[in-house]
Design a binder for this molecule. Structure first.
Ligand SMILES: *Cc1c(COP(=O)(O)O)cnc(C)c1O
Length: 367
């Protein structure tokens, strides 16, 4: 129970078996539709190489990153039959690196399509790409006007082997939101213009909107990593990330003592404070100041005072001394306090909690 040794302020355990189970659950929901995986942002902060390899072992063959640089890092760790798609497409002038690193761009604009075609001309062979359309996000992909220009001039796609047409959902976690259906309709209208092309629409939450949203390939990220895919419903995914912080020291303070920067919390009685080696530099967000909780021996304890760069302070009054020795671990992300629950207290979403997890943790991977 008590673990005293350890050089890092906290231990982050990542359950690769849970990621595989989550992948299998999503693949089951998708039936014969392929399940890919978004592994951008270092697999949502969990470590892209071990995570991608675990997904590979669970039969995943389609991996999505945001930037070319992420694909270059991942490529040597995956076999040839695994495909890496770069969702931001090619930065101007870097098209050839897609061939050198065997990854496929998502083309988001007529400019990106033209640049890719120039590479086709140079390579003198057809080259693969995904084509993204904007169906309501107003963030990436061909606008309706650009797509009309494309359909009016189909030779713009000569030599481009369009593997999938894709779009991205705005509010898929909110199943009652009519915008989901609106985007689906827009996407189907676009598909009618390229009827032979395979399609990809759903992120994690989109998979739970039903078969109409599945098409040929899904691109889940967050649900693989344990984040709840459907707002207001029980989370069917297994938890993946577990964070335990180490107690550095404890102290007893009299009533009326301020704790931490700015003394934003003050004791109303004699109080025992434990200082734990996790702070906002580790992604334990400052917005958790006076709002976060931890668990010690199954008991919830409140975070008091402001989160510092390297530490947090807990009110551990009433917790048995045996659990409070220097080096003892307290639960920060656990079954009792999930990523989504931490996010709610920090006034953010589980995605941001995961991708903020810092580089100073002792990381362990279990499978
Ligand atoms: C991040 C991302 C995904 C994965 O989304 P989740 O909500 O994490 O499942 C899929 N598609 C695109 C275009 C993305 O940017």
């Amino acid at each position: 129970m008590m673990q005293v040794a350890g050089k890092a302020g906290a231990v982050l355990r990542i359950d690769l078996r849970a990621i595989q189970d989550n992948y299998r659950l999503l693949q089951e929901l998708l039936g014969t539709v392929q399940c890919g995986a978004a592994v951008k942002a270092d697999a949502y902060g969990l470590g892209v190489v071990p995570v991608a390899q675990a997904l590979l072992a669970a039969s995943c063959r389609h991996f999505f990153v945001a930037h070319l640089q992420e694909a270059i890092v991942l490529r040597p760790h995956l076999p040839k039959d695994a495909t890496i798609y770069v969702m931001h497409g090619s930065p101007v002038g870097y098209e050839e690196e897609f061939l050198e690193n065997q990854c496929i761009p998502v083309l988001n604009s007529l400019e990106q399509i033209k640049s890719w075609q120039q590479l086709v001309a140079k390579a003198q062979r057809a080259l693969p790409a995904i084509l993204q359309f904007d169906t309501g996000m107003a963030r990436m992909g061909l606008s309706v006007i650009e797509s009309e220009a494309l359909f009016a001039t189909p030779q713009l796609l000569d030599g481009i082997n369009v593997q999938y047409m894709m779009s991205h959902l705005v509010s898929a976690e909110d199943q009652a939101n009519p915008f989901n259906q609106k985007q689906l309709t827009t996407f189907n209208t676009l598909r009618a213009r390229m009827p032979a092309c395979k399609a990809s629409l759903s992120n994690s939450s989109g998979i739970f909107l039903g078969k109409d949203f599945h098409f040929d390939l899904a691109r889940p990220g967050a649900a693989l990593y344990g984040v709840a895919p459907v707002a207001g419903q029980a989370n069917p995914m297994r938890a993946v990330a577990y964070l335990q912080g180490r107690i550095i020291q404890t102290r007893e303070i009299p009533a009326g003592t301020g704790v931490g920067y700015g003394s934003t919390w003050r004791s109303s009685q004699t109080t025992r404070i434990a200082t734990v080696g996790v702070g906002y530099a580790d992604g334990w967000m400052r917005s958790l100041s006076n709002r976060g909780i931890a668990h010690i021996a199954g008991q919830a304890v409140p975070m008091v005072g402001n989160v510092s760069m390297d530490t947090i302070t807990l009110d551990v009054t009433g917790i048995a001394a045996e659990h409070l020795q220097p080096g003892a671990l307290v639960e920060l992300i656990s079954a009792d306090n999930t990523v989504d629950q931490v996010a709610a207290r920090a006034n953010t979403i589980g995605y941001e909690i995961l991708t903020s997890l810092g580089g100073r943790y002792e990381r362990t991977y279990s499978n």
